[in-house]
Design a protein around this ligand. Sequence first.
Ligand code: ATP
Length: 462
Amino acid sequence: MSVDGGDSKKNVKKTPNDFIFGKVIGEGSYSTVYLAKEVDSSTEYAIKVLEKRHIMRERKTQYVMREKEVLMKLNHPFFIRLFYTFQDTDRLYFVLSYARRGELLDYIHRLSSFDEPCTKWYTAEIVAALEYLHSKGIIHRDLKPENILLNDEMHIQITDFGSAKILKDVKGEEEAPVSGRTTSFVGTAQYVSPEILTSKKAYYSSDLWALGCIVYQLMSGLPPFRGGHEYQIFQKITKLEYEFPDGFSVVAQDLVEKLLVLDPEQRLGCEEMGGFEKLKSHPFYEGIDFEHIHEQKPPPLIPFLPATSTNPENIWSNYRQPGFDDARMVEIITQTVITDDERKKRLDDQKQTNKYHKFVENNLILKQGFVDKRKGLFARKRMLLLTEGPHLYYVDPVNQVLKGQIPWSEELRPEAKNFKTFFVHTPNRTYYLEDRESRSEEWVAKISEVWQQYYGNRNNKK
Ligand code: ATP
């Protein structure tokens, strides 16, 4: 990819007066990132502002200098670009390209997981980015979905080079900064490679390990190594203890297995294994034009709804629930016009007899039932409780713990996908739920009715 060009802008001296500072777009542990507009050109940038006193107090000078040094070496469409740096007595300013669409992690949370074409595309962009980064003699060492931002065209913009290593030698084996005990490791434990944990050495291929974790996470919804505590996660990483959930694409599995290899010199894509050419020619990337991927339009992000045994998507999606028709809908709806006396009676009854009463903040339960709450390829059994308020609580029935609520708003929209599966769409996330009794349409009807009750009239008045 011939995208590496000169950049004269870094030599132009700017001051804060050259920019109009707008809203805060993010906060790091020792920086605040602002959206800003250059006065002369009206170009939008993200300006990272670092308080000098705070950096010195936290002994982060080295981290900040490394980030600047790496950013200055990079000029590639898949990396955040540093356009100018300047300072005043109290602060350092980094003027960066603005990644308007935010973090890749937010999209994973919103969609639960990606479909195969999207996983293929976005991890191919990461492959192209890593090939460039490594050709510059740089290891990222903290690659994860939080550090992969997206620009307006939905292409990746890798950021956060505070932990990066600039290597002089070609082989790419270097002391990692992780000194002493592994517990001193700072960062997100899930993506760290086994060699960083065991030998404190980082290789170029430590980034390929992180890539393997990201392929797994985009396909399935969760990273491969999980645990309640960092130590547990580290144990699993060093033992290569992870599993593929049902429905994981076979070809993606093959790729992940070739990336998540304990020996850093045996990972697909590392020099000993034939370099990036071998990785790019893995069947998972068939059809990807790595040379021009940055000029092409990424596929739309579509959530992956797998056809598993509990979700027979392909067989049932065109059928409707037997016995559910307008008459049944009216029956359900008319059941719930509740008078005050009736509410009091039902609430008293709920208090006495319903063991889920304690989770619903004294709200009257309008419908409850066991569902499988899906996150990508993973599903958990939950008691779903639709109450007045309105609320949609979900409880872990085995441990009797409230796990959360689906946030209600005017934008909330339920949708039946088939007998079993229904979605609850919210602005930030689509919830995937499977009714164990194959009555997804009843849930949808009931949630719609509650929506109508709380938000419908308001709309009619408009
Ligand atoms: P820490 O340094 O504490 O690990 P961080 O790396 O997330 O945190 P920053 O790089 O300061 O800290 O970024 C803070 C937030 O601003 C992040 O949530 C990030 O998503 C957002 N952000 C940073 N740079 C940009 C950018 N160029 N465009 C858009 N958003 C950005």
